[in-house]
Design a protein around this ligand. Structure first.
Ligand code: PGA
Length: 305
């Protein structure tokens, strides 16, 4: 059967109104133009689609079928239109993303893979502390946030997308290096170089030790993971960091991960937005990209950037 989308559109309007005149008005066509389209469609179908009942018209059985399918096709076309418009939005979109200090170690790798998929997109990436991330979310200054500890008291949508294990690091020469299953009690005399008070790493680390009734000696505080790694290497104490921050130091043998009872602390990375935020198409696409199979290979714990 050879027919055109235009004929289906005209037919759908006539069938909905059961009137050639009103369909012609709606479509800004003359009535003879509408009649001609219907006649051509009936010829293509080889069956009448309308029958006359006095002054009224009504659908024949074939007309009912045409009506059902023409409406379905109309909906599909609208959907296609929306998808294409969204895709245009993605292709040229600008993504505003803010990530926790620690997420810096993998965020750029994810953005690079995403921009290969959508070459027209641009980004602004803010790597900042947890306090600022929360302020940005409440002020709607960013589209998406990657953080390890979304707060429970704010109206946020948080979706876990990757593991974020925390490990204890020590200099390679440390007496506990290489020991298996070290009891927590053996860390009693150790001093820890810790992240700043509000960091996700710090909150998780304190909760872990508190729950076990362990008094943690945090001698020094630092706002960056790389400062902590240097401090640990220099012998200032032990450190607790996300496994994502380690790679080169382990490979080069400058630091080791201690095998301590209860470790690693199992955590996750979350994609966070303010509740019910309507994401711009590019942010939606990045969100879907992180949740999809293509990104999964970039996210194995321990494969740090
Ligand atoms: P942060 O990392 O410690 O840099 O805030 C986020 C987290 O692990 O919760």
């Amino acid at each position: 059967m050879h027919l055109t989308l235009r004929q289906l559109e005209v037919f759908e309007a006539v069938a909905r109104h059961l009137s050639y005149t009103r369909a012609a008005e709606e479509l800004h066509l003359s009535q003879p133009a509408v009649s001609m389209q219907i006649r051509q469609l009936e010829e293509a179908a080889g069956l009448p689609l309308f029958e006359k009942l006095g002054k009224q018209i009504r659908l024949t059985e074939a007309g009912e079928e045409f009506f059902h399918y023409s409406q379905a096709i109309g909906r599909q076309l609208e959907e296609l239109d929306e998808v294409i418009e969204a895709l245009k939005g993605v292709q040229t979109g600008h993504l505003r993303i803010s990530v926790a200090t620690t997420a810096n170690y993998f965020a750029t790798r994810l953005l690079a893979a995403f921009s290969q998929r959508y070459p027209g997109t641009t980004f602004s990436l803010d790597v900042t502390n947890r306090k600022t991330l929360l302020e940005q979310l409440t002020r709607n200054e960013t589209d998406l946030v990657i953080m390890g500890k979304p707060p429970e008291d704010l109206d946020l949508d948080a979706t876990a997308f990757m593991e974020n294990p925390l490990v204890i690091i020590a200099p390679a020469r440390h007496p506990l290096a290489g020991r298996k299953n070290i009891p927590l009690a053996e860390l009693r005399d150790e001093v820890f170089v810790a992240r700043e008070q509000q960091s996700g790493t710090r909150i998780a680390m304190e909760r872990f030790f508190q729950e076990r009734g362990f008094h943690l000696k945090t001698g020094m505080e630092m706002t960056s993971n790389s400062a902590i790694k240097h401090a640990v290497e220099a012998g200032l104490g032990l450190g607790i960091v996300s496994i994502h921050t380690l790679e080169l130091e382990l490979e080069a043998g400058r630091l080791v991960v201690l095998d301590v009872e209860g470790f690693p602390i199992e955590r996750h990375w979350y994609l966070v937005t303010t509740k019910d935020k309507r994401l711009p198409p590019v942010a939606r696409a990045f969100f879907d990209f992180l949740m999809g199979d293509d990104a999964a290979g970039l996210m194995l714990p321990g494969v740090a950037a």
